[in-house]
Design a protein around this ligand. Structure first.
Ligand code: SAM
Length: 203
């Protein structure tokens, strides 16, 4: 799918993301992982700023939100204002982004690793941008640990991608293991379809 088409697809979903911002189960996962963010934070695929209420303002100094959809960024700006978050925003494709190496204490990716065309390259960018002692935090959806469900996900992936813009058949643990990041802790939910991953960079 061409990049403009993909941006258009996500832009059309702004209202849906806004409506689902407070989904109780997803919110419980957001709270669990986002509380560990600290210092300077880069949030990749920030979308409508659904994580903003859950950052610990005593620990987080500044958030940089990146998204290639300007409509998503507009919504995230409103959310940042509403939750008194000190944030700056970059409207750009994460894959063409040039950021200073070793700058961020925390990199956050929630429900975005399913979207990138070359996820290992993106993960390696995270490794470059994150400070040596920093953290990379993930809440992702991907391939189930249940064989029947994972087979279904593999079969429906092309249609899923066409409708939503992202993949449902990615093995997130395997992708991170194949990148330069190092996994510290994993928690799985919904037969492994939803996953929380705490990772560290390797320098
Ligand atoms: C499924 S949404 C997830 C949003 C949000 N992080 C959350 O937790 O609800 C994916 C977001 O990533 C953005 N996105 C997808 N691919 C991107 C890319 N290559 N560069 C920048 N943003 C991207 C989309 O515009 C969308 O806002």
């Amino acid at each position: 799918m061409k990049q403009e088409k993909l941006i258009e697809k996500y832009t059309k979903q702004v209202t849906v993301y806004e409506k689902n911002r407070d989904h109780p189960t997803i919110t419980s996962w957001r709270k669990r992982i986002i509380k560990d963010a600290y210092g300077t934070v880069l949030e990749a695929g920030v979308s409508v700023g659904a994580n903003f209420p859950y950052y610990d303002k005593d620990k987080v100094t500044e958030i940089t939100g990146v998204d290639f959809s300007s409509e998503m960024i507009k919504s995230a700006i409103k959310s940042a204002q509403q939750h008194h978050i000190n944030a700056t925003f970059i409207t750009q494709d994460i894959n063409s982004l040039q950021l200073a190496p070793n700058f961020y204490d925390t990199i956050v990716s929630t429900l975005t690793l399913c979207s990138y065309p070359n996820p290992i390259e993106t993960l390696n960018q995270f490794n470059t941008w994150c400070r040596k002692d920093g953290s990379v935090l993930f809440l992702e959806h991907g391939l189930s640990t249940n064989p029947l469900l994972s087979l279904t996900q593999k079969i429906v992936d092309p249609i899923y991608k066409r409708i939503s813009g992202c993949h449902c058949n990615r093995n997130m643990v395997k992708l991170i293991e194949e990148s330069q990041l190092q996994i510290e802790k994993v928690e799985r939910f919904w037969s492994g379809i939803a996953i929380l991953i705490w990772a560290k960079p390797t320098k």
